[in-house]
Design a protein around this ligand. Structure first.
Ligand SMILES: Cc1cc2nc3c(=O)[nH]c(=O)nc-3n(C[C@H](O)[C@H](O)[C@H](O)COP(=O)(O)OP(=O)(O)OC[C@H]3O[C@@H](n4cnc5c(N)ncnc54)[C@H](O)[C@@H]3O)c2cc1C
Length: 407
């Protein structure tokens, strides 16, 4: 009889098991992992460097980075937040450093450091780690859980944590359903946009350090925007893909994206264009007067405004200036399809948040059942927020589940 059995040996699962074992010394804890390896996503995360968390200490600021789950995480972050995770790692000799954009990585710059730390702790605390042991079925009766494993064996536990990750591949979705939970439909989040458009054709690698993008004016995103071989990427696009995840899925990833390449109010750019028109009357408009726009992109936008290279600023008609202004500040691009962002991808959807008590991460439907990580309908934008949600959920679930466990 395990005191605590964890289903899924990923970020939330292993950290949850170690946390439980720390809080209830001498308890019997196991992790059952379906695949042949533990912590596979930690290994590949952050390009192999593992963006562990984000340097944001104010829970009400932190929750702004979660398109789904921000309300539920607010109280949880008051109890276990990035600072607590950093301290937990530091106590185990893993130091982190902060990049200027707030992302935090191990000083080794190697995700293996995090894996080694977790696995060492698990061994020290006698947590049993099993691979190739997927949990296929769970039945709950008389206050305990019977787990049927993929090798045909069974295990019994007083309390369980489902931490099977997100997406349709997550085995936890079916298990949660079988225990009475409803599932919010799954949708991808954090993806790039496929765009085939002469304005950006052949400009892969060119970026705008500060752009505004939106599909609906209700959800405007601002930040660096990158042209890729297949279309558009960069933080502004990834954030938009997360905040609009459900809407874009419902449009089957066919939609019109509006880009303001300058991130400035159109009236400011209009003034700039009028000034240049007066001061550079005889010059060709092919040199960009707008900071932040690369000359190659500028040339394309000028051509799209139907202005030829032979024209001079003084020859430009008012309608051409307006067309250029439109290209610069409200260019419309047809998106047809999405692509995986290589740095990080997550899914939204999962266990319905109304059915979980976020003080403890315990199911409101089935006592003794806990959830943590991406199996819940919680997801963050890129920057270490997804792992932080996993650490926080796992820690609070372990803390609640370990109460009254006899040492
Ligand atoms: C390429 C990539 C890079 C990323 N980089 C970052 C980053 O730098 N920072 C960040 O914050 N986030 C990052 N993320 C997101 C982050 O990895 C996830 O949000 C996080 O791993 C979720 O943790 P989890 O424990 O819920 O799920 P996972 O880490 O996915 O673990 C779930 C585990 O459960 C197992 N499992 C599934 N079903 C069963 C079953 N029935 N029985 C037993 N085991 C089962 C799976 O095999 C898996 O090992 C990245 C994601 C990807 C894909």
């Amino acid at each position: 009889m395990y005191d605590f059995a964890v289903i899924g040996g990923g970020a939330a699962g292993v950290f949850g098991a170690v946390s439980f074992a720390e809080m209830a010394p001498g308890s019997k804890v196991a992790v059952f992992e379906r695949s042949g390896k533990l912590l596979t996503k930690v290994k590949i995360s952050g390009g192999g460097r593992c963006n562990v968390t984000h340097a944001c200490w104010d829970p009400s600021e932190l929750v702004k980075h979660y398109p789904r789950g921000s309300r539920e995480l607010l109280g949880a972050f008051h109890r276990f937040q990035p600072r607590d995770m950093i301290a937990w790692l530091a106590e185990r000799n893993v130091a982190l450093f902060t990049q200027p954009d707030g992302r935090m990585f191990p000083v080794s710059d190697d995700s293996q450091t995090i894996i080694d730390c977790f696995v060492d702790q698990a061994r020290k605390l006698n947590v049993e780690l099993y691979t190739y042991r997927g949990v296929e079925q769970i039945t709950h009766s008389d206050g305990s859980f019977l787990l049927t494993l993929s090798d045909g064996s069974t295990a019994i536990a007083k309390k369980i944590l489902i931490a099977t990750g997100g997406g349709s591949a997550s085995g936890g979705i079916q298990l949660a359903k079988s225990l009475g939970h409803t599932i919010t439909p799954i949708a991808p989040s954090l993806f790039t946009f496929n765009v085939s458009d002469p304005r950006i054709e052949g400009l892969a690698g060119i970026s705008s350090q500060d752009a505004i993008v939106y599909v609906s004016k209700k959800r405007i995103q601002r930040g660096p925007l990158l042209i890729t071989h297949r279309g558009l990427s960069g933080p502004a696009v990834l954030r938009l893909s997360a905040w609009e995840a459900r809407e874009l899925q419902s449009m089957n990833y066919q939609f019109t994206l509006v880009i303001n390449w300058t991130a400035c109010d159109p009236s400011v750019i209009e003034d700039t264009l009028e000034k240049v028109r007066n001061t550079s009357a005889r010059k060709s408009p092919m040199n960009t007067p707008v900071a932040n726009i690369s000359s190659r992109l500028w040339e394309r936008l000028v051509a799209s405004a139907d202005i030829s290279a032979e024209t001079t600023w003084s020859q430009m008609k008012r309608s051409q200036i307006q067309a250029l202004l439109g290209q610069l500040t409200a260019g419309e691009f047809q998106v047809s399809g999405k692509n995986t962002n290589k740095d990080e991808f997550v899914t939204c959807g999962g266990v319905n948040l109304r059915e979980v008590d976020f003080k403890t991460f315990e199911s409101r439907i089935c006592k003794g059942l806990y959830f943590a990580g991406e199996v819940l309908d919680i997801d963050g934008i890129t920057g270490g927020f997804n792992f932080q949600a996993a650490w926080t959920g796992a820690r609070l679930a372990a803390s609640a589940a370990s109460q009254n466990t006899v040492s």
